[in-house]
Design a protein around this ligand. Structure first.
Ligand code: UDP
Ligand code: MG
Length: 364
C-alpha cells in the first residue's frame, strides 16, 4: 500500500522493567508489541463478577478470527477486588495485560490509559460489564477493513431503562449529531473499533471518550457504524445516573468550540466583542445626544446600564479572543500538532530537470 500513516506518531518503544507512575511513560514491551493486530481495551470499575467471562469471550471471538491480539484491561481503582483478580488472570494468560490505576479516575481516563498501553494496529473498545457482546468484534473489524478509520457500534435494541437511560440518550444523540455534524445513532456505545493512529493522536479530557467519533471526525477520519447486540447488565450496577446528562452537555460545548474555533478563536470572540461594543457605543451616542441636545436627564435610565454592560462585555470578549489566540498557538506548537492531518503522501517526486532530455531528443 502506498498510504503512509495519518499523523506523525511515535509508536510505543521497548521499555525495560516496571513502568514508573504517570501516564507519560512509554509502555513496556512485555506484551510483544510487534505484529499485534488487534488490542481490545476494556475499562473495569467494580466488575469482578463479569471479568473472567468477559476475557474468555473476547479471547474466543478473536481466536476464531485468527488474528494476533491482546486484551488490555484497565482497572480504574476498583474496590471489589477486580484489580487483584486481573493480576491473577494475567499470570495464567499470555494474551491479557492489566493496567491498574491508583484510584478511580473515571471511564475516560481508564480508556486513555488503555490506549496508551495498547500496541495493536487496531484498537477495539468495549464495556467491562458484558452489556456489549464480544462476538460482535469481528463485525467491527470487517467493517474497519473496508477502509474506515473508526467504526462505531449502534445498540439498536438497547437493554436499559427507558426513562433514565434511553430517552436522555436519544435526545443527546440527536443534539450531538446536529452540533458535531457526525450523524451516527449511538454515541454512548462503547463498542467501537479504531485505527491505532487515530487514538494515539487524541487527548481525552472530561468525559470525552463519548465524543471520540466527533473528535476523530475533526481530524478527518472516515467513520461508519453497524448495529450491535446489547444485553441487560447481569452483575453489579451502572456507574452512571441522570447527572451524566449535564456533563455530556458541557463536553458538547467544548466540542462545539473546538470544531468551530480551535484554530481561529478570535473569529468567534472577536465578532461577539465587536457586536457588543458597537451596540453599546450606539446606545451611548444616542443617550449623549438626548442629554446634550435634548437636555434630558439620562442618569436613571436602564438603557445607560445596558450601554455600559455591552461596552465592557465587548472589551472583555475581545481580550478573551486575543488570549485564546495565544493559547491556541501554544496548544498546537507545544505539542507539535499541525492544524491539518495528512491521510497519505503519494508519489516520490525527485524534481523535474528541463535539461534532462529523453534519449530520443538527445539524438536529434
Ligand atoms: N467505568 C470505569 N470507571 C468509572 C465508571 C465506569 O472504568 O468510573 C467502566 C465500567 O466498569 C464499565 C464501563 O466503564 O466497563 C461503562 O460503565 P457502565 O456500564 O456503568 O455504564 P452504562 O453501561 O450504564 O452506560
Ligand atoms: Mg454498562
Amino acid at each position: 500500500m502506498v498510504d503512509s500513516p495519518l499523523p506523525p506518531f511515535a509508536h510505543p518503544v521497548a521499555h525495560g522493567g516496571l513502568p514508573s507512575p504517570g501516564a507519560l511513560v512509554p509502555p513496556d514491551s512485555a506484551g510483544g508489541g510487534a505484529g499485534l493486530q488487534v488490542s481490545v481495551v476494556v475499562p473495569i470499575y467494580n466488575e469482578v463478577e463479569s471479568l473472567p467471562q468477559l476475557v474468555e469471550s473476547i479471547a474466543a471471538a478473536l481466536r476464531a478470527e485468527g488474528v494476533i491480539y491482546e486484551i488490555v484491561c484497565v482497572d480504574d481503582g476498583s474496590q471489589d477486588g477486580s484489580g487483584e483478580l486481573l493480576r491473577q488472570m494475567t499470570q495464567a494468560r499470555s494474551d491479557l495485560r492489566g493496567v491498574l490505576l491508583r484510584r478511580n479516575y473515571g471511564q475516560t481516563a481508564a480508556m486513555a490509559a488503555g490506549f496508551h498501553y495498547a500496541q495493536g494496529e487496531t484498537i477495539v473498545t468495549l464495556d467491562g460489564d458484558l452489556q456489549n457482546d464480544p462476538a460482535d468484534i469481528p463485525l467491527l473489524l470487517a467493517k474497519l477493513g473496508e477502509g474506515y478509520d473508526l467504526v462505531s457500534g449502534w445498540r439498536k435494541a438497547r437493554q436499559d431503562d427507558t426513562l433514565t437511560r434511553l430517552l436522555p440518550s436519544k435526545i443527546a444523540n440527536w443534539i450531538i449529531g446536529r452540533v458535531t455534524g457526525v450523524q451516527i445513532h449511538d454515541y454512548g456505545c462503547s463498542l467501537k473499533a479504531y485505527r491505532q493512529e487515530l487514538v494515539a493522536d487524541m487527548n481525552l479530557y472530561g468525559e470525552l471518550h463519548r465524543f471520540l467519533p466527533a473528535l476523530a471526525f475533526l481530524e478527518g477520519a472516515r467513520i461508519s457504524e453497524i448495529p450491535v447486540r446489547h444485553h441487560p447488565r447481569r452483575y453489579g450496577q451502572s456507574k452512571y445516573g441522570l447527572d451524566r446528562t449535564f456533563r455530556v452537555l458541557m463536553d458538547l460545548l467544548t466540542i462545539f468550540f473546538m470544531k468551530k474555533f480551535l484554530t481561529r478563536p478570535m473569529h468567534g470572540f472577536g465578532l461577539l466583542g465587536m457586536v457588543s461594543m458597537t451596540l453599546g457605543g450606539a446606545i451611548g451616542v444616542y443617550l449623549t445626544v438626548l442629554k446634550l441636545l435634548g437636555g434630558q436627564d439620562i442618569g436613571d435610565r436602564p438603557l445607560l446600564i445596558l450601554a455600559v454592560v455591552l461596552g465592557l462585555a465587548g472589551v472583555q470578549l475581545l481580550c478573551f479572543g486575543l488570549l485564546a489566540e495565544l493559547l491556541m498557538r501554544t496548544y498546537h506548537e507545544s505539542q507539535g500538532r499541525p492544524i491539518y492531518r495528512v491521510r497519505a503522501v503519494v508519489g516520490s517526486a525527485v524534481g523535474f530537470n528541463p535539461h534532462d532530455r529523453p534519449s530520443a531528443d538527445a539524438k536529434s
